[in-house]
Design a protein around this ligand. Structure first.
Ligand code: ADP
Length: 271
């Protein structure tokens, strides 16, 4: 953890020639009169690691929820790997072809939540096998092999048969990461994955995320309050305020020399 707290900055990588994996094109989201996202424009390249930071209520989680198609949108288009999620507009009805499309799109995106959301009545292994069997149609032996490998990768090779209640918060979160990876997603979304953890358990979760960032070609989008980790992990940091990206840039430039007064004020308060 001390390593993370010291916060080396990630070396800036250039994604200008890379394929776009996620594209929010003028995306608007409202709850009643409240405009949560205001014509959001955001492009994320394949394999890019992006951290979203900003004050509470600025729309960060909504961005992730819309990518997971857990929320309908009021305007604009979201593309994932070139495919639009246009049918998620407010008021539109889903036909069965849309539902099949949504299932496929959802399977290509893994999300890890603040509160783990593991199935309490299933072991770590069963938690990781469930969706690959029921959604992807893998045989149980195939799903088991994949789950065993991933639990080993997150450092829980000796906890396969443990139930969530028998694991620490950090261990449960690592099972949740393995479970999301078991679907072989193109994109991984992390929503405040260390917020519910005691500080001493954050390090093990962040180390796993860093490791999988190095090992797999995954596009990653992370909402975080941990500036040290954002600085070290992310290729790009986006600062959200009132549903808009107020400032963004390579992690080193962003943290060392923020330009926008709102960003400066925010960083001063949290660092
Ligand atoms: P953040 O993740 O930056 O804290 P959120 O994306 O969770 O912000 O929320 C943005 C705004 O949208 C907040 O003002 C929040 O109260 C509002 N909001 C989120 N979900 C709902 C909902 N289901 N109904 C009404 N308002 C919501």
């Amino acid at each position: 953890m001390s390593e993370l707290q010291q916060g080396e900055t990630s070396v800036s990588r250039d994604f200008s020639d890379s394929q776009t994996m996620i594209h929010f094109e003028k995306v608007t989201k409202r709850y009643g009169d409240l405009v949560v996202l205001d014509e959001l424009e955001l492009k994320i390249a394949a394999n890019e690691k992006v951290a979203i930071i900003g004050p509470s209520g600025s729309g960060k989680t909504t961005v992730l929820r819309m990518l997971m198609t857990l929320e309908r949108i009021n305007g604009g288009v979201i593309y994932v790997d070139g495919e639009p999620l246009t049918h998620m507009k407010q008021g539109e009805r889903l036909v069965s072809a849309d539902r099949a499309h949504l299932r496929r799109m959802r399977a290509s995106i893994g999300m890890v939540f603040q509160h783990f959301n593991l199935f309490p009545h299933m072991s770590a292994l069963q938690n990781c096998m469930q969706a690959p069997v029921s959604v992807l149609g893998l045989s149980k032996p195939e799903a088991r092999e994949r789950a065993v490998e991933l639990l080993e990768m997150v450092g829980l090779g000796d906890k396969n048969e443990h139930y969530p209640a028998q694991l620490s918060g950090g261990q449960q979160q690592r099972v949740a990461i393995a479970r999301a990876l078991a679907m072989r997603p193109k994109v991984m979304l992390f929503d405040e994955v260390t917020s519910a953890l005691d500080p001493e358990l954050c390090g093990e979760v962040l180390q796993v995320i860093r490791k999988l960032g190095e090992q797999y070609n995954l596009t990653m989008l992370m909402v975080t309050h941990q500036m040290g980790f954002a600085k070290e992990f992310a290729d790009r940091v986006c600062f959200f305020d009132s549903g808009r990206i107020e400032e963004q840039g390579p992690a080193d430039v962003f943290f060392d020399n923020p330009k926008n007064p709102r960003t400066q004020q925010f960083l001063k308060a949290v660092l």
